[in-house]
Design a protein. Structure first.
Length: 542
């Protein structure tokens, strides 16, 4: 029987900030997944003779999707697919396997931090041979292929047993089922001082790692509890569940509130961390102190040399545009380049490949380095632990010292979720239309220094990405940024990013929202988010 099935294009198969994300029931519609997977093969010039990695965060539908992808890889002529046992791989572990095995790329089944289940979200993204998310030119080619597709290829075969590690055969294609954790854990051992970390835990250091019923549970248990000797039970919500046990696996103060309560309670351990659905995000909390992702990036960059993998120093530091400028101050002091890219990890890939940056980070709870081409939640936690072990100070002490040295970039993000698309677009258009006239104007007592719609010229490949967010900077270093999320699946999510710089040494320990009050007021005056949307305030504050 022929491997070819005729099909017709399905509208809307356009990858967003991080792959194609839709409601699970949309992905499960006949031909939906198949069309997109074939579009990926078509966009990369076919699968013949190639090797790929396949895995995901274990969410609902991933088991079935994995079988479809395997059968389509075989029909497209792939030579081999390396699959995580149970079709599970964290996103950073998948990135590592792509690189380690010098494969032609990989398929990652995840909708990241979005909830999972039959009524929730599913996603698929393709990472290229460097281990990083497909760049914009490639995602555009996938979308283009999806609009012209006439047939897809799939072999008729029994499902492949992915339940144990083994070499298997699928219609002539090799399927290698691997332990999802082993190679990743080995990589971490090369970067961090595991002896120092073992000594830290042996000395009574206590931590809590909330895996949010998502993919990092097995990774964190193996590394923190088994290899580093953290107390049993350090990792909570450690069993990955197809619906994340109903949790919203997004490590921020709102969704990881159990961890927040613990870290601000009387019996708080020394250190707390959480990760997201597919293990690439992280949130870090000290005893009684929340570390904003922008500050975390700056502290990690300033102290990375304390870990063996980074003792030679950093080549450069990259952050996404909406991330605070705290990391830029560190780059300046270290005398290395600072890069500002659009939101989306894919934009760091070229800088990392070209050896221009070593550490990257985003306000959206992502930090990572050149060890893989994805952000990496556990990596960030281990680097923090390595720094804590070397400095022998608390998280609070380290942050205080950092702010005294560099000044503090007060920072917060206000999200307005599930707005009607036309309302969100009206708000964006309203501010966009006013940008040109803003420089020199005084708003809430602050003078606008510059205002634009951010465009990025990639210094490595010369590509230009426009329309990446509206930004208004003030002469005192304050800034507000407005952009539409590219990862939602319901309506439009508007993100307002707020920043104010305090040079210190006074005024370094104000309440964040209070410190930002003038910038918040300026944003409302300029963009009228509440006014136009009729909302009382944001749904999520980070
Ligand atoms: C994903 C991407 C990140 C991005 C984040 C927020 O996690 O990997 O690079 O920063 O989504 O994207 P959004 O478009 O929702 O603000
Ligand atoms: Zn993620």
């Amino acid at each position: 029987m022929s491997n070819r099935r005729s099909t017709t294009p399905i509208a809307g198969q356009k990858p967003g900030t991080s792959g194609l994300r839709k409601k699970t029931r949309v992905f499960a519609e006949p031909g939906y997944l198949e069309n997109f997977v074939q579009s990926i093969f078509d966009a990369i010039g076919g699968g013949a003779g190639k090797t790929f990695v396949l895995g995901g965060d274990g969410r609902y539908f991933a088991d079935r999707a994995a079988q479809v992808i395997l059968k389509m890889a075989a029909a497209n002529g792939a030579a081999r697919v390396i699959v995580g046992q149970g079709a599970v791989l964290s996103t950073p572990a998948a990135s590592h396997l792509i690189r380690l095995n010098k494969t032609d790329g990989g398929f990652i089944m995840s909708a990241s931090h979005n909830p999972g289940g039959p009524e929730e979200d599913f996603g698929l993204k393709f990472n290229a041979a460097n281990g990083g998310p497909a760049p914009e030119a490639l995602t555009a080619a996938m979308y283009d292929a999806s609009t012209r597709i006439a047939e897809y290829r799939i072999v008729e075969a029994a499902d492949v047993d992915l339940s144990t590690t083994a070499e298997r055969d699928l219609a002539g294609m090799r399927v290698t089922v691997v332990d999802p954790v082993a190679d990743y854990a080995a990589l971490m051992e090369t970067l961090f001082d595991f002896n120092a970390l073992r000594a830290l835990f042996k000395g009574g250091f206590r931590m809590r790692f909330d895996a949010m019923n998502a993919v990092t549970g097995p990774y964190a248990r193996e590394i923190l509890e088994n290899r580093l000797g953290a107390a049993k039970g350090t990792v909570v919500h450690a069993t990955p569940l197809p619906d994340f046990g109903g949790m919203h696996p997004d490590p921020n103060p709102v969704w990881a509130h159990e961890l927040m309560e613990e870290m601000f309670g009387d019996t708080a351990p020394d250190f707390g961390a959480a990760s997201d659905g597919d293990g690439d995000r992280n949130m870090v909390v000290g005893r009684g102190i929340y570390v904003s992702p922008s500050d975390s990036l700056a502290v990690l960059a300033a102290n990375a040399h304390l870990a063996p993998g980074y003792k030679a120093g950093l080549k450069g530091i990259a952050r996404s545009m909406p991330t605070s400028a705290a990391a830029d101050r560190v780059a300046e002091k270290l005398g290395v380049a600072a890069y500002e890219t659009p939101t989306g990890w894919k934009f760091f890939g070229n800088l990392l490949d070209a050896g221009r940056a070593t550490i990257c980070g985003e306000e959206s709870f992502g930090t990572g380095s050149d060890h893989v081409r994805e952000k990496d939640g556990l990596w960030a936690v281990l680097l923090w632990l390595n720094i804590l072990a070397e400095r022998k100070e608390t998280v609070q002490e380290i942050l205080n010292a950092h702010w005294r040295e560099f000044g503090r970039n007060y920072y917060s993000r206000h999200d307005y979720e599930a707005l009607p698309v036309d309302v969100a677009e009206r708000i964006m258009a309203g501010l966009r239309d006013r940008l040109m006239a803003l420089p020199g104007r005084v708003v809430q007592g602050m003078t606008v220094a510059a205002a634009d719609d951010f465009a990025y010229d990639d210094p490595v490949d010369g590509s230009v990405s426009t329309g990446q967010g509206l930004r208004v900077g003030f002469t005192d270093g304050s800034r507000l940024v407005l952009r539409l999320s590219g990862t939602g699946t319901e309506g439009a999510t508007l993100r307002l990013y707020l920043e104010r710089y305090a040079a210190g040494t006074e005024g370094l320990d104000e309440d964040v929202q209070a410190a930002l009050a003038p910038v918040i007021a300026a944003a409302e005056e300029l963009a009228q988010i509440r006014g136009i949307s009729g909302r009382d305030g944001p749904d999520v504050l980070t």
